[in-house]
Design a protein around this ligand. Structure first.
Ligand SMILES: Cc1cc2nc3c(=O)[nH]c(=O)nc-3n(C[C@H](O)[C@H](O)[C@H](O)COP(=O)(O)OP(=O)(O)OC[C@H]3O[C@@H](n4cnc5c(N)ncnc54)[C@H](O)[C@@H]3O)c2cc1C
Length: 413
């Protein structure tokens, strides 16, 4: 059914008790054309574009827990394409453009709020790095503008520009912003389900049956499932699944945390990054102030962030935005992110012929969900990488052809 003002009014008459189920919960079949492991945003989006664009509908998404229970439902929702290298900008801007029409395409309000992503500079060195970064983004054809300290103050009236880490200026990507992560997961799940995709929750992949350099079937907590092709979209658990499949990935898993305050009246109409302070902050359409920082400094599969990072993030927020010290925190949580040596994703072929990889998103794969889904669906359907992702193949590590965004832009996020 289509969601609209009319369907809302109609269901209001019955007290909203008769909304149909949004997706089915089918029993898994013994075989599919494509099996996608991981029901986060990337897995669901890949399934949707396989069915919608490539007509491959005999697809199962196997999720060990619940949809969006991984990083796609735990992130801070930042959506932007202000990357340094051309290959990154082209890929992430493609994803951002898909986000811009996603609500309409999937008939689901994903609450995209393009209020701008602002980075503040706190030293002359910062300012120089940002000038280089902002210019590279513009040369790559994406919107980006340097800001004076007065312009920063105008955008964020609560900011302290003369504190112990003074603000010297910054730059903004006006089309950047946030959207609602749960809605993105649910929208793709609903649309994929409508096209015939089987979404199977509580179904953990526990092993791979291999023969002649190919995967023949996966063993799951709900039995054996065979397929023509497989795609791994399991974020922080990618190394564990790869090990089960018989190869290693150059990834480290670490906890990344976030927190939200109680909802308050609108007071921050931009997503603010202060890379030197390792913090970023935005206000959601529901009024909560959403705060993020950097990952823990040690490897872990624990889905929670360390207290040391919580304390450092909050201290920096209070230093930069003193009035925010009066906010009450409502929740703090963590996710396990998969960080590659060059902080760029790993997409495309794996050492096994019919097993594809979509991982290594680290702290920044939410913004990539539409782009990742669309390009991976193309890659699986055609058996060759989509032109936008050829630079992100696993083989780049053997060729020393890294796409080092962290080093280029001078920040880790
Ligand atoms: C706190 C935090 C803040 C973040 N902020 C941002 C941000 O602002 N912007 C941004 O772009 N990115 C951000 N990210 C990163 C982003 O959330 C991820 O890169 C992205 O969600 C990855 O999506 P995914 O679908 O690949 O993985 P996930 O959403 O993690 O999905 C993987 C799924 O695989 C399932 N799975 C694991 N093992 C198995 C198995 N054996 N069998 C079956 N299923 C399995 C998991 O249960 C999980 O649901 C953040 C991440 C965190 C943790």
């Amino acid at each position: 059914m289509r969601y609209s003002i009319w369907s809302l009014a109609k269901h209001a008459l019955s007290g909203h008790r008769r909304w149909p189920q949004v997706w089915r919960s089918p029993e898994p079949r013994s075989s599919y054309d494509v099996v996608i492991v991981g029901g986060g945003g990337h897995g669901l989006a890949t399934a949707y574009y396989l069915a919608k664009v490539h007509g491959i509908r005999n697809v199962a998404v196997l999720e060990k827990g619940w949809l969006g229970g991984g990083n796609s439902g735990r992130n801070t929702q930042v959506t932007r394409s202000n990357y340094f290298h051309r290959v990154s900008t082209e890929f992430f801007d493609y994803s951002l453009r898909l986000y811009e029409s996603l609500g309409r395409e999937l008939n689901f309000n994903v609450m995209l709020s393009q209020h701008g992503v602002l980075n503040t500079a706190h030293s002359r060195h910062d300012l120089e790095t940002m000038r280089r970064w902002a210019n590279a983004i513009r040369i790559n054809g994406v919107d980006s503008r340097l800001l004076t300290v007065d312009e920063v103050k105008q955008l964020v009236p609560a900011i302290r520009v003369d504190g112990s880490l003074p603000v010297l200026g910054g730059f903004i990507q006006p089309r950047g912003g946030i959207s609602r992560h749960d809605a993105v997961n649910w929208a793709y799940a609903r649309a994929a389900n409508a096209l015939g995709v089987d979404i199977i929750q509580n179904c953990a992949v526990q092993g791979f049956e291999r023969s002649g350099g190919k995967v023949v079937a996966v063993q799951t907590s709900q039995g054996r499932i065979a397929a023509g092709s497989y795609c791994l979209n399991v974020a922080g658990h990618s190394t564990q699944l790869a090990e089960l499949a018989g190869f290693r990935l150059p990834l480290m898993s670490m906890a990344l945390q976030a927190m939200v305050s109680e909802p308050v009246k609108p007071m921050l109409d931009v997503t603010l990054f202060a890379p030197a302070l390792k913090i970023y902050i935005s206000q959601t359409d529901r009024g909560e102030v959403l705060i993020g920082g950097s990952a823990d400094i040690y490897n872990s599969f624990g889905q929670r962030g360390s207290f040391a990072v919580t304390r450092e993030v909050l201290a920096a927020i209070v230093e930069l935005l003193p009035s925010f010290s009066r906010l009450k925190l409502m929740r703090q949580w963590g996710g396990v992110v998969d960080i590659s040596p060059d902080t760029s994703p790993i997409m495309g072929a794996s050492p096994l012929q019919n097993l594809y990889l979509n991982c290594g998103w680290g702290t920044g794969g939410y913004k990539a969900i539409p782009g990742g889904g669309a390009t991976m669906a193309y890659t699986i359907a055609n058996g060759t990488p989509h032109p936008l992702i050829t630079a992100f193949g696993l083989d780049r590590f053997a060729r020393a052809a890294l796409v080092d965004e962290g080093a280029a832009a001078g920040v880790a996020h």
